[in-house]
Design a protein around this ligand. Structure first.
Ligand code: SF4
Length: 233
């Protein structure tokens, strides 16, 4: 569904852009470097005071950023500790998650809980969420448009929690957070920086359940995360 604005709103928008460009010219700005460091600084201006998780949750409850606000079958914000050192990010909720209002329920969730416990942590000490909070009708995976719209909440959750390490589960989750176009096989198992936070892409538990040969690489990735968390990796 495309967003429509009327002529008055468009004129107001153009006026705001003109005012802003005029301001930048008045303070001597002659251009902008768009290298990653400059973009990081500019993005940090947007939210000089990161919202609390509760504030992000309140925003999410009123979300109209994409068609799934009215068409979505399930919606799950995330769960866990606001002080988590480790954050897991999957791609999208499943139907069974909706009833419990928790990410990663069912068999996939049980496996994720076992993985977390094998890392000598309790599930409620980490934070778990999805990159896209709502599931499209028919239970099909969300598309790029929904992922782009919903990335806002993921970034706000990361800002609120500021984990020491993020583990992205599966190719779609990794692509949504990192914007990586490299094949997942090449980025899996390697830390990638996101705004100063090391991000480990690994397989989603659903993949491990269908392909047991993925267990070993996932455990190796978790060991790297444990080392990163205790400062030895
Ligand atoms: S998927 Fe995300 S952006 Fe779209 S309606 Fe749900 S919460 Fe909002």
């Amino acid at each position: 569904m495309s967003m429509k604005i009327n002529a008055d709103e468009f004129d107001a928008l153009v006026g705001e852009v003109q005012k802003h460009l005029g301001f930048l010219q008045a303070v001597g700005c002659e251009g902008a470097h768009l290298n990653p460091e400059s973009l990081r600084i500019v993005r940090s201006w947007e939210n000089p005071f990161p919202a609390s998780l509760a504030q992000v949750f309140d925003e999410y409850l009123q979300c109209r950023r994409c068609r799934l606000a009215s068409e979505g079958e399930a919606s799950v914000f995330g769960a866990g500790s606001e002080n988590a050192a480790l954050m897991f990010v999957g791609f999208a909720p499943r139907r069974e998650d909706e009833g419990r209002r928790h990410p990663y329920t069912g068999k996939e969730g049980a496996l994720l809980t076992r993985i977390i416990e094998a890392m000598a942590m309790a599930r409620d000490t980490v934070y778990i969420c999805h990159a896209v909070k709502c599931l499209p009708p028919g239970g099909v995976p969300p598309g790029k448009r929904e992922a782009k719209a919903c990335r806002y909440y993921l970034l706000r959750q990361i800002q609120a929690i500021r984990p020491s390490v993020i583990c992205v589960l599966g190719e779609a989750a990794a692509g949504t957070l990192l914007g990586e176009s490299m094949p997942f096989a090449r980025i899996r198992g390697r830390f990638i920086d996101y705004e100063g936070i090391p991000v480990m892409p690994t397989y989603d538990p659903s993949h491990v359940l269908t392909d047991p040969s993925a267990r070993r690489p996932v455990w190796e990735d978790m060991q790297k995360i444990m080392k990163k968390l205790d400062g030895s990796g």
